[in-house]
Ligand binder design. Structure first.
Ligand code: AMP
Length: 436
């Protein structure tokens, strides 16, 4: 299948050639004809599937081929609602690229920056508005944003918008749109609230489901290192001697952890910057820009900050901490190996994260191949059993309550027998002499 076969107009085809997109991704192949035909769409797809172009390309085509609206200020004809500033800016960047040979006008309306330029863009008139719900509501309340002529509504990462508590803002915004419109709805997950929102907003939608959340892409090469917490930084520095790791997104559990890791890496003369909620909008944009340009080799992020960040050609994802929600692992590693490229996902697992590993492997129905032969094998600790919190590791393996064995991670790639992750209900770990 080619983009030409999707009946896209030549200004779009020209722009796609410039982007070096050779062929549509599965979601684009399925969504584009149907959106062009005016149908509602429900896409269950996460970032990395090409979903942004799946909605932007037909929107650009539909709006740029309509007869010019009557003279005067351009009315907003498409509204794209998205949960975060980063995502809004990315969509806008994509829109500018794909629409570069059309004369459509667009603007981004997000919080955390001055409102003035946004007011001005709305005053001047535009065709496509990309917005986060909070700031849009503010501008609507002040009479700046008129949504009465919107023909196409996009709700991107709707599950995330619900998570972030935007449901009321979303409903208030949608109430101001014409009832007769086309709605394109995207969500990576399908909790019951999403199902009911879909039922209330969409009419006979085309449903497309891409890569269920439990499956990890085969093209991503995964590996696992058992390592004690204090040795994670030295191990990372060691692995980074491999120059094929050109641009890696590193995930930490906490913001503080991200900052600490960055300062440790900088001391080792490895360029890294952190991106998380405590950083200002400017600092986050700069970090992202430096990473994209290759000025920094590592971007260290928490899950919330990283979600939705669109980075092309990410060679590696590194889980410095394993996530306690197994689906998050799938999302994280899906950041590499995008749009047909192969990718590498490296995970570190400290003693207390072993239960998370078990959850991940249960979800993905795969064992992550273990690299047993490395410089900092885990020195096995065996904490005094404690009541585990649901989904979390049991008692902390502190010096006082931990028994220390010699040896390291002993699970082989074909884990399951002697070498499998040996964690019982109380997270006690079988010891076995280390492979090293
Ligand atoms: P998305 O899922 O929209 O976040 O897109 C993921 C990445 O894939 C983005 O970096 C896009 O630039 C890229 N992409 C989208 N569609 C294609 C395509 N047909 N061919 C190559 N890359 C694409």
């Amino acid at each position: 299948m080619t983009f030409e076969q999707l009946q896209l107009i030549s200004p779009i085809l020209k722009a796609l050639a410039k982007e070096n997109y050779k062929q549509p991704t599965p979601i684009q192949e399925q969504a584009i004809p149907s959106v062009l035909a005016g149908r509602d769409l429900f896409g269950c797809a996460q970032t990395g599937t090409g979903k942004t172009a799946a909605f932007l390309l037909p929107i650009i085509q539909l709006l740029s081929t309509q007869r010019d609206p009557a003279k005067g200020k351009r009315p907003i004809r498409s509204l794209i609602l998205t949960p975060t500033r980063e995502l809004a800016i990315q969509i806008s960047d994509n829109l500018k690229s794909y629409g570069r040979f059309t004369n459509l006008r667009s603007a981004v309306i997000v919080g955390g920056v001055s409102q003035k330029a946004q007011e001005q863009a709305l005053e001047e008139g535009l065709d496509i508005l990309i917005a986060t719900p909070g700031r849009l509501i503010d501008l609507m309340n002040q009479g700046f944003a008129d949504l009465s002529r919107v023909q196409i509504l996009v709700l991107d990462e709707a599950d995330r918008m619900l998570d972030m508590g935007f449901i009321h803002d979303m409903r208030r915004i949608i109430a101001k749109l014409p009832v007769k419109r086309q709605t394109l709805f995207f969500s990576a997950t399908m909790p019951p609230e999403i199902t009911s929102l879909v039922d209330s907003l969409l009419t006979n939608p085309l449903k497309i489901e891409i890569t269920p959340v439990s499956s990890t892409a085969e093209r991503i090469k995964q590996s696992l290192y058992f390592v004690d917490k204090p040795n994670k930084l030295p191990l990372l520095i060691d692995l980074l001697q491999d120059q094929s790791i050109t641009s890696a997104l590193v995930f930490t559990r906490t913001k503080h952890g991200a900052d600490r890791l960055v300062s440790g890496l900088m001391k080792a003369k490895i360029t890294a910057q952190a991106i998380h909620g405590n950083k200002s909008q400017n600092a986050r944009q700069t970090a992202l820009k430096n990473f994209k340009s290759g000025a920094t080799r590592l971007l260290v992020a928490t899950d919330i900050a990283a979600r939705g960040i669109d980075i092309d050609e990410l060679s590696h994802v590194i889980n410095y901490n394993l996530p306690n929600i197994p689906e998050t692992y799938v999302h994280r590693i899906g950041r590499t190996g995008r749009a047909g490229l192969s990718g590498v996902a490296i995970s570190f697992c400290e003693y207390e994260e072993i239960p998370y590993l078990k959850d991940i492997e249960k979800l993905t129905k795969q064992k992550i191949p273990v690299i047993g032969d490395h410089s900092y094998p885990m020195v096995i600790t065996e904490p005094v059993p404690a009541k585990p919190e649901k989904g979390r590791a049991g008692g902390a393996a502190s010096k006082n309550n931990a028994r220390v064995h010699s040896g390291g991670a002993d699970r082989s790639g074909s884990a399951g027998k002697e070498g499998s992750t040996a964690v019982s209900g109380n997270h006690r770990r079988r010891s076995k002499k280390a492979g090293k």
